[in-house]
Ligand binder design. Structure first.
Ligand code: 1GP
Length: 236
């Protein structure tokens, strides 16, 4: 079960693969990821044009790490993954990203029988406009307002969401501040996932120490796959 991995007290590490940025080294990368104990592989992005199925097939033929859809839009749904982070963009007020796309995808998701993880997705301002922010036409929560993030995460928990994803933005210059993460983690009982702009083992470890259950890294591993080992170790 993917959800039990996310909420495990041991701490989990997820590698994010964006099919548009996929390179020829994907088989080697995921083989190495399995040997290093990467827990999950998220697949998706803000603007994936093609290749969800092919990417998932390549991952599955080279490792046994569960694949989890991290969809930027309803068009990225494919029944071949093991699970889906069913994202409701609770930091924004765009109904399509709160419930609209979910209605469109609901029957296909049910037929796929994949594990569904209802996820409160929260965009946190990193000082520059992120792709997710632009594509969803929503405002992120200011990083100087952890109290707003706390209340939003709490509302998500009260609505029955199973996890909160604090998103600093793909390729963000800085990751979300630890004190901000700690404020949210200390206030809710459901597991917190943190991603966006994580580049060093020190950052990953600080995020874990702040209470995050799972750390997600994409860009910096795409740029330097050798970072993977230390990032995984630092996220435990
Ligand atoms: C993006 O949180 C993820 O949605 C990961 O971000 O690519 O910056 O690691 P990075």
């Amino acid at each position: 079960m993917v959800y039990s991995t996310i909420k495990s007290s041991r701490g989990a590490f997820a590698l994010l693969i964006d099919p548009d940025k996929q390179t020829d080294n994907l088989p080697d990368l995921v083989t190495k990821a399995e040997s290093l104990g990467v827990d999950l592989i998220l697949v998706g992005g803000s603007l994936v044009k093609r290749g969800m199925e092919e990417t998932i097939a390549t991952i599955k033929s080279n490792c046994r790490i569960p694949t989890v859809l991290f969809p930027g839009s309803v068009f990225q749904f494919t029944p071949t993954a093991d699970a889906i982070l069913l994202l409701s963009l609770i930091s924004g007020r765009n109904a399509e990203y709160l419930i609209g796309n979910h209605v469109i995808a609901s029957q296909a998701i049910k037929e796929s029988k994949m594990e569904v993880i209802p996820t409160g997705y929260m965009l946190i301002d990193s000082g520059q406009t992120s792709s997710a922010q632009y594509m969803s036409n929503t405002s992120p929560i200011p990083s100087s307002k952890p109290d707003i993030a706390l209340a939003t995460a709490l509302a998500g928990e009260q609505l029955g969401l199973k996890t909160i994803y604090l998103e600093g933005g793909s390729g963000a210059q800085d990751s979300i501040p630890e004190t901000f993460i700690k404020t949210v983690c200390d206030s809710i009982d459901i597991p917190v996932i943190v991603g966006g702009g994580i580049k060093t083992p020190k950052q990953a470890n600080a995020i874990r120490m702040a209470g995050a259950s799972m750390v997600v890294v994409g860009n910096s591993i795409e740029k330097n796959p050798h970072l993977l080992e230390e990032l995984v170790a630092a996220s435990r």
